[in-house]
Design a protein around this ligand. Structure first.
Ligand SMILES: [Zn+2]
Ligand SMILES: [Zn+2]
Length: 339
């Protein structure tokens, strides 16, 4: 069983027992490049898809050549550490219908047993299989993918599709990539705590950057906490933010405060609270959440700049993507945020 909960977090909780009321369960996926089967949980793997059910397609508008010709402002932007600016690829609008990509398949049976209950939204109404797909092609209005969720009962699969259909992709930009590479998963249940201001509580800016989820006094105290009182800002292993939320691909937990504009919606259009369906960010190569001690769980080539991105997904300019769902009705649109 994988256990990456930071060992030094005990100290944080002892000093701030009020934090316990704000804990949220998250499921770290720990994706690693592999060859998952249809009967396994995966990112970008073959889905257990009923043969008699149409594969999802995207009917929205897609970026056209005309859009791209006037899109000069993207030329030469930074696209990621170590990458030269991309030359502008030639793209065409894909043939219809536009096939959605397999993003995530999660069997409840693949999750670790433990005392921590999973969020209710993860497997509602007796479902034990969650499937997430999105349209991997660019849309003219946003960087963000169109997302669909499906819940099933794995014990009633019937005849299954023989492999995912081929994607009809554009030639990709390097600045977004929503085509997940096949990964096997090593799910782990963790507890997360809310984001707080990243400013020093003694600084003049602190009052203006309060997040406001925790009571102000608690937020102030947490924001000033470091491991064993070590100075703030030394590296990425010492302060509250480093210990509160896990990096990488995960379901549930808290959305971190990373300078979203606009900030993630706390409510769906229907008024129900939103929840963090999926955080798709870079995996930890350091810091307090680093996986260790599990055979075969290592990384690939540490010389590769994107070794912490086994899924290959790069959402938005900073490569980070968050999907928010509606707690009242999972059929309501999934909200997407990139950073
Ligand atoms: Zn689309
Ligand atoms: Zn809703």
């Amino acid at each position: 069983m994988v256990d990456t909960t930071p060992r030094r977090r005990t100290e944080l909780l002892e000093l701030h027992p009020g934090l316990a009321a704000y804990a949220r369960t998250a499921l770290r996926l720990h994706p690693r490049a592999g060859s998952p089967t249809v009967g396994e949980s995966s990112v970008g793997g073959p889905l257990a898809w009923p043969a008699n059910e149409p594969w999802p397609t995207c009917a929205d508008d897609h970026e056209s050549d005309d859009d791209l010709e006037s899109d000069d402002d993207l030329e030469g932007d930074e696209v990621g550490p170590g990458l030269a600016p991309p030359s502008r690829p030639t793209r065409t609008v894909p043939a219809e219908p536009v096939v959605m990509a397999s993003v995530l398949q999660l069997y409840r049976r693949d999750l670790p047993a433990g005392p921590t209950p999973l969020p209710e939204w993860m497997f509602p109404d007796g479902a034990d299989l969650l499937q997430v797909l999105w349209c991997p092609n660019p849309h003219p209005d946003t960087y963000e993918p169109r997302v669909r969720l499906y819940w099933r009962t794995a014990s009633e699969p019937g005849d299954l599709l023989d492999g995912n259909p081929s994607l009809n992709l554009f030639t990709r930009d390097a600045d977004v990539d929503f085509t997940p590479r096949p990964c096997v998963l090593h799910p782990e249940v963790v507890q997360e705590y809310p984001p707080v201001s990243v400013d020093d509580p003694d600084s003049g800016e602190f009052e203006d950057t309060l997040i406001g989820i925790l009571p102000e006094r608690l937020e102030r105290s947490c924001a000033g906490w470091t491991v064993s009182g070590e100075p703030r800002g030394l590296d990425d292993q010492h302060d509250y933010t480093d210990h509160a939320g896990a990096p990488g691909w995960k379901l549930g937990g808290w959305v971190p405060a990373v300078g979203f504009l606009p900030p993630p919606a706390e409510h769906c259009f229907c008024g129900a609270p939103t929840f963090l369906l999926l955080g798709a960010t870079s995996e930890a190569l350091g810091g307090p959440w680093l996986p260790s001690g599990d055979p075969g769980f290592g990384w690939g080539d540490p010389e590769e700049w994107d070794d912490n991105r086994p899924t290959g997904v790069w959402g938005g300019r900073g490569g980070q993507l968050w999907l928010l769902g509606c707690t009242d009705d999972p059929a309501h649109p999934i909200l997407t945020y990139t950073e």
